[in-house]
Design a protein around this ligand. Structure first.
Ligand code: PLP
Length: 470
């Protein structure tokens, strides 16, 4: 055993190797030293733990291995991915891709200094939200607006500012959870409000709210149950009706509309998505929504509504902890500007393009890809099959769009093996495994990515020829 340890080179010996000397030019000297130390420590531990003799690689092989490892560590932390899942607002893949105008604006604004909190014309200090406030008011009909880090933050700061220490009345059918970490009762507790549930899971009436109001009531909260549907014997209270109850008792109404549709999405086959301007027209005191769902912009939470409530939110110390940076403001402003001309928005905002593309186009693109890889290397019969895309991002799972998927099979391999290879490729491809079939849904693949997808599949065609199980 002692002999084996003698075969392990020293840190300095390894640092002298040509492979690692080259690395020092690319990354910090200390990073290379740490990498070598970690490798040697791991190796020594392995030797200690081993019950029989183990092979010690040659110093040159070790250096090669460490250099590879450091190179991989040096790659960007976030990797580009092709979304073949058919889930348009895939939270795991970063929800809405930005439009070109937003990307250009972010690049330009973040490269230098910008008028984030100074009005360059007057030279006076201004609120950072001013950059987007006017656009938000124009598109929603609200008096004022403010932007925070996401809709969860919007909910928290709105509740804390409008009803902190008081009771907030919510329908039992709207106490939602969105993706594990967002649970409305928990958000409410964090914001210092007391939750007062009214009604039942399936039915809540205006009188339920009215009967629960007393001097400790701070607000009435309506939440769009984005990701589930209660069907059958049901009753909900419309924003307009809730506003009437609130007005009668002098209690403000907060409307969490969720996805933040600025236009009517039923034209794209998505029913039941509340439009923000409608909520404001119906009299909601404030409406809350995400920036990276149906707006198709950057991650942020948007609050629009009456001036006095927006002012209270701006004055809340939590605002400093939740405010957005210049890149978000720049991207949001550029995205919102697209909505001034809805026809061109369909061309410029990727989310709207994906939603409005006819399924027949997706079929054609899928067939072109399939024809290029069908039977190549180890790829078997490659077919284009009908599939269903989903909006995702906490929206209704029942809201589906007709689509087409390229179905890939590899001789002697499972669909999950293909999935692994595709995710490990560059760019990583996220597909869908369904009944042990591997599918790439064309609705969420950008046309400009089709060629890349073909080259990734060509690489797969050679990878699969190795022995099974490798
Ligand atoms: C998505 C959603 C949220 C959470 O929004 P994030 O921007 O993800 O924080 C809150 N409420 C509703 C109704 C939603 O749909």
């Amino acid at each position: 055993m002692a002999n084996i340890f003698r075969n392990i080179p020293s840190v300095n010996q390894l640092l002298e190797s040509p492979q690692l000397k080259k690395m020092v030019d690319k990354v910090n000297h200390q990073v290379v030293v740490d990498g070598v130390r970690t490798f040697i420590d791991d190796l020594k531990e392995k030797v200690h733990a081993a019950t029989e003799d183990i092979d010690i690689p040659s110093p040159s092989d070790m250096a090669e291995h460490i250099a590879d490892w450091l190179t991989r560590e040096d790659q960007p932390v976030l990797r580009r991915a092709i979304n073949g899942t058919g889930i348009i607002l895939h939270t795991g893949l970063g929800r809405a891709p930005l439009c070109k105008a937003a990307i250009d604006e972010v690049a330009s604004i973040s490269a230098g200094y910008a008028s984030v909190e100074i009005d360059l014309h007057s030279g006076q200090r201004s609120q950072r939200v001013n950059a987007v406030q006017k656009l938000l008011c124009e598109l929603t009909g609200a008096e004022s607006a403010v932007v925070v880090n996401n809709n969860a933050a919007a909910t928290m700061i709105t509740l804390a500012s409008m009803a902190g220490g008081k009771e907030v009345i919510v329908s039992r059918g709207q106490l939602i959870e969105i993706g594990g970490s967002y649970r409305l009762p928990d958000v409410m507790e964090c914001s210092g409000c007391k939750l007062k549930e009214v009604g039942t899971t399936n039915k809540t009436r205006g009188s339920d709210y009215a009967n629960a109001i007393h001097e400790e009531t701070g607000a009435l909260l309506k939440v769009h149950p984005s990701n589930f549907e209660i069907v059958g014997f049901t009753a909900t209270v419309s924003t307009r009706e809730l506003v009437e109850v609130g007005k009668k008792h002098g209690v403000p109404v907060i409307d969490d509309v969720g996805s933040g549709a600025l236009i009517d999405f039923s034209q794209y086959g998505l029913a039941d998505e509340p439009v923000v301007s409608q909520s404001i027209a119906d009299g909601a005191d404030v409406a809350l929504f995400s920036g990276d769902k149906l707006i198709g912009g950057p991650q942020c939470g948007i609050i629009v509504g009456k001036q006095k409530y927006i002012d209270a939110i701006l004055a809340n110390p939590l605002m400093r902890a939740m405010r957005v940076g210049k890149m978000t403001l720049a991207a949001l402003a550029a995205t919102l500007k697209q909505y001034r001309n809805i026809e061109s928005a369909e061309q410029s905002i990727p989310l709207l393009t994906m939603l409005s593309t006819p399924a027949a186009n997706l079929k054609l693109r899928g067939e072109k890809i399939a024809a290029q890889v069908n039977g190549v290397g180890c790829i078997g019969q490659c077919e284009v099959v009908e599939s269903r895309s989903m909006l995702g991002g906490g929206s209704l799972p029942t809201q589906e769009l007709p689509s087409y998927s390229v179905m890939i099979s590899v001789e002697g391999r499972t669909a999950s093996w293909i999935g692994q290879k595709m995710r490990d490729s560059d760019p990583g491809v996220m597909g869908r495994v369904q009944k042990d079939r591997y599918l790439i849904d064309m609705r969420t693949v950008f046309p400009a990515e089709d060629a890349k997808l073909v080259s990734v599949l060509e690489t797969l065609a050679t990878a699969g020829t190795g022995s099974a199980g490798s």
